[in-house]
Design a protein around this ligand. Structure first.
Ligand code: SAH
Ligand code: ZN
Ligand code: ZN
Ligand code: ZN
Ligand code: ZN
Length: 495
């Protein structure tokens, strides 16, 4: 495995597929996942349940040993806690609020920035000391602009597509004949679909947003939004949402469905893949029997260094060269050189040759590979692929018999290619980074240290002992800006 191609579950903590018949306890984010601490030598540790969605105990401190007996009192307290985290308004209430809001005169349409909610006239008073803004009709159609992007670095940072990327995605999917887009964690894509329908220049498309950010319920009807956790496939509104999802996945009048997911990059690949497989399964069951073992067409947007993990879980996917970029991310911006290039790619089970990448952004078609690649990604006759993953021109090493990053040199001592300043002599069999498996650094210096790991510690109250399950992650120094720090670490990956 290569440097920085982090294998997020192979060291440290592993997710255990749910044991049959044994339901996992629930936190406010739905059923928890079963984790197991794995030592460097592969020795297994104790198993425990922890939140599927939050990697920081600050956000959800659920903790329970697998075999732990939980008292009735604690179960009740837990249930009360889970209830208290539910949204204030039901989705139905939100729908009627939205209708009322839409019919208000312009000068009464207000949005509270502090509470992140649309205000009805009777509520202005209560929010008078808060920051509020007027909401135009256009703004009401762009909730992803109106709402402040969530910026919790560990669990739920929202990185919104640039116009360039969201238009590319939508044009591509429309061009391929899809008429229904299941938007999993892609609020901006859903928004663009609805805006485009208003223009009435294109064939209308349907979309359904599945997202954990329930602020969006304020803007969408029940059949446009489901409060959803993509790490455990949990629909917060139960059967009602299940029916909405089923109806959406049913392809009537040959309206082809496609799924587009843009999960938080710190997310664990395995649970995500199993949720997407469940969606696919639901979709295929709803189809006629002759084509029931195909998968739902999908695009999973994720950084390129997760390629091995994703392909392991979803072997029918291919990683495309297209670089997805974001408005509010310091690093993931579009550019042709150096660090400005986004490391975020599309993983898809749609035939790569059908996904036409724009020529004017520097992509070309490789007739040997039968896919569109970055122009800099030259086909290597020896490897018989266009080898570059990171957008730079890679070069072939005849000793390693493969193409490597341009900054790497073959090291005689290690018998492989590496960065010139790698800790030399730490060849095969030596212990590498405990966090990502790389041999080029120790875990202290791991660029992925707190971007791609989960962090759960036992809670003194609930877990009993002060055992630290993920001590590696706790940042020691006070950070100036999470985003800047993260950007720096991710930048280190492209060396
Ligand atoms: N690029 C996308 C946004 C991606 S940010 C766009 O422009 O539309 C990641 C998205 O996933 C956010 O909308 C966030 O709310 C959502 N999300 C984060 N954790 C989630 C979870 N556990 N389940 C479902 N959605 C989640
Ligand atoms: Zn939780
Ligand atoms: Zn090669
Ligand atoms: Zn080499
Ligand atoms: Zn060396």
């Amino acid at each position: 495995m290569e440097v920085s191609e982090a294998n997020d579950e192979s060291f440290g903590i592993e997710v255990i597929p749910s044991a049959d018949g044994k339901p996992a306890p629930c936190c406010p984010h739905g059923p928890t996942l079963l984790f197991e601490k794995v030592g460097k030598g592969g020795e297994k540790g104790r198993r425990f349940y922890a939140c599927s969605a939050c990697r920081d105990r600050k956000d959800c401190n659920f903790f329970q040993w697998e075999e732990e007996k939980v008292s009735e009192a604690r179960l009740l307290a837990r249930e009360a806690e889970n209830q208290s985290k539910r949204p204030v308004f039901t989705q139905q209430e939100n729908c009627s609020r939205f209708r009322k809001f839409s019919s208000l005169p312009l000068d009464e349409k207000k949005f509270c920035q502090d509470c992140q909610m649309l205000l009805l006239p009777g509520e202005h008073e209560a929010h008078s000391s808060h920051r509020t803004t007027a909401v135009s009709t256009d703004q009401l159609r762009r909730p992803s602009v109106l709402l402040r992007p969530l910026d919790n670095k560990k669990s739920n940072a929202q990185y919104l597509f640039t116009d360039r990327s969201s238009h590319f995605l939508l044009d591509t999917l429309a061009g391929l004949g899809y008429r229904k887009v299941l938007c999993v964690g892609t609020p901006r894509l859903q928004e663009l679909i609805k805006l485009r329908n208003l223009e009435q220049k294109h064939e209308p498309m349907k979309s359904l947003l599945l997202d954990i950010d329930f602020r969006y319920t304020q803007f969408y009807s029940q059949d446009e939004f489901c409060h959803y956790n993509m790490f455990n496939h949990h629909l917060f509104d139960g059967e009602a949402s299940g029916a909405v999802l089923q109806a959406f996945l049913t392809e009537c009048d040959s309206q082809k469905v496609v799924m587009v997911a843009d999960p938080p990059f710190g997310g664990l690949v395995k649970p995500l893949a199993s949720s997407f497989s469940l969606i696919s399964h639901t979709w295929s069951k709803l189809r006629s029997s002759d084509c029931s073992n195909t998968d739902i067409p999908m695009m999973w947007i994720f950084p390129y260094f997760f390629e091995p993990r994703i392909l392991e879980c979803l072997p029918s996917c291919t990683m495309l060269d297209y670089q997805v970029d974001y408005d509010n991310h310091p690093l993931y911006k579009h550019g042709k050189t150096g660090r400005k290039q986004s490391p975020v790619r599309l993983f898809t089970n749609i035939s790569p040759r059908d996904v036409v990448l724009p020529k004017d952004e520097g992509y070309r078609f490789c007739s040997v590979c039968q896919r569109f690649v970055l122009s800099l990604n030259k086909h290597c006759a020896k490897c018989n692929v266009c080898p570059s993953k990171d957008g730079r021109e890679w070069k072939h090493c005849s000793i390693c018999e493969k193409c490597v990053k341009p900054s790497w040199r073959h090291c005689q001592c290690c018998g492989r290619c590496a960065l010139p300043d790698h800790p030399c002599g730490h060849g095969e069999g030596q212990e590498g980074c405990f966090n990502c498996g790389s041999l080029e650094h120790k875990r202290k210096a791991c660029p992925l240290k707190d971007t791609h790991r989960i962090s759960h510690r036992s809670n003194a109250k609930t877990g009993g002992k002060h055992v630290s399950h993920r001590p590696l992650l706790k940042p020691k120094a006070k950070r100036k800006s999470g985003a800047a720090r993260r950007a720096k670490k991710l930048a280190a990956l492209s060396k």
